[in-house]
Design a protein around this ligand. Structure first.
Ligand code: XIL
Length: 397
């Protein structure tokens, strides 16, 4: 009798705790916000936190921590490379879906959403395509058909399993390009003219009516960066506005968020203003490739804390700026890191002169850095009236 009463009292206690949405202290003290994952803390806001995933690292049995953290800390994933054209169709007409399918399966197992990256980009194209165009064996008419077929094949293959597609990536030039006036740059604009952008969105929509279709680019975190007549954010804003006016089914703007501590970067309100302006067009937004790199000076490489600490702090501060701006806009749906550990980051291999690194939120030994803690702090210490739950985006027809 006594025992039964104890059991009943215990059940009531458990139910009460569940109703209050607090977990008993005995379960590893998860009531301590710092002990919760990024994904759980972000879900309080309806926000998805993501990472780009390196499939070689995910499958490396000698590196189990990478897989664990990919599954536990994030609620959305992006293929770092395996959904790019050169990976999906290395030989004309024969698709290699394996690695990308594996990532989608991993995401399903871990209750994660998938950002599809990327349908149309000038980089990481297969050699058969670029050389065929260069030697004239692929005509302009054929190239347009090839692009249409690619978008249709890829979007159809993943239909229903992709939350947001980066339909077009990095179509706009930078002020340091020639000519310096902003323009549509790269392989696709050169060969098909800028109309390929509207076409790409329409073809993607035809293949998946439910995926959110994004335009994705870098250096569009804030308006007013640099010369006002040559403002990339403004250029992309006008592009999106014009596409919408033509009835093109674009649903969102992805701001990559590749920052560096050596630059001035932005303050939170500048970035929030940009997100708000895109939202004013009826578009969702997302940070899609966030990392904040630093120069690896001799002192940094030698382990000099006088040089390392300010960089770690500046990096954390820039992560904070982007996340706070995102939290402040209910239409900012996800915040994706371009890799989460310095052990697997594109930065050291890409920015070599001068060498750069330290760009992610965990160090090479999977120790969380200040940036990781401060992202969590943003998620913990924000809420109404200025931070409201996310507003889901409806895919445009
Ligand atoms: C990078 C990957 O991280 C590298 O592994 C690859 O060698 C080159 O591409 N903008 C993008 C991403 O949209 O696809 C790029 O990813 C980084 C810049």
């Amino acid at each position: 009798m006594k025992l039964r009463r104890w059991i009943a009292a215990g059940a009531v206690a458990v139910a009460t705790v569940a109703a209050l949405n607090i977990t008993p202290a005995t379960a590893g003290r998860p009531h301590d916000p710092a002990a919760q994952s990024l994904r759980d803390l972000a879900m309080r806001h309806g926000l998805h936190v993501g990472t780009a995933v390196d499939m070689a690292a995910l499958n490396d049995p000698a590196d189990p921590r990478y897989r664990e953290l990919t599954g536990s800390e994030f609620s959305t994933v992006t293929a770092e490379n395996v959904m790019k054209w050169e990976s999906l169709e290395p030989t004309r007409g024969s698709y290699n879906w394996g690695p990308a399918d594996e990532l989608v399966a991993f995401a399903q197992q871990h209750h994660q959403r998938v950002r599809g990256h990327v349908l149309v980009w000038h980089n990481q194209l297969p050699a058969w395509l670029t050389s065929g165009v260069a030697d004239g064996s692929i005509s302009t008419t054929e190239l347009r058909q090839i692009l249409r077929d690619h978008i249709t094949a890829v979007v159809t293959h993943f239909k229903g399993r992709i939350w947001q597609w980066d339909v077009v990536n990095e179509a706009v030039s930078d002020p340091w390009d020639t000519p310096s006036t902003l323009h549509y740059k790269g392989f696709w604009a050169q060969h098909l003219g800028p109309d390929y952008i509207a076409d790409a969105f329409r073809w993607a929509r035809a293949a998946d009516p439910k995926a959110l279709l994004f335009y994705n680019d870098y250096n569009i975190e804030a308006f007013g960066s640099g010369d006002p007549a040559n403002d990339k954010t403004q250029f992309v804003y006008e592009m999106a506005r014009d596409l919408l006016a033509e009835g093109v089914p674009i649903d969102g703007i992805g701001s990559q968020g590749h920052l560096g501590t050596q630059y001035g970067n932005y303050d939170t309100f500048q970035v929030a203003a940009a997100l708000k302006k895109f939202a004013g067009l009826g578009l969702a937004t997302a940070f899609t490739e966030v990392d904040v790199r630093s120069q690896l000076t001799e002192g940094v490489r030698a382990g000099d804390s006088n040089e390392i600490n300010p960089r770690l702090q500046a990096s954390a501060a820039n992560f904070n700026v982007l996340l706070r701006a995102c939290l402040a806009s209910p239409h900012c749906l996800s915040f994706t890191l371009w890799g989460f550990t310095d052990k697997h980051s594109w930065v050291p291999g890409w920015f070599e002169n001068p060498p750069e690194g330290l760009a992610t939120v965990y160090d090479e030994n999977y120790q969380p850095k200040r940036a990781y803690q401060e992202l969590k702090a943003d998620l913990v210490f924000s809420g109404p009236p200025f931070v409201l739950p996310r507003v889901p985006q409806q895919p445009r027809r």
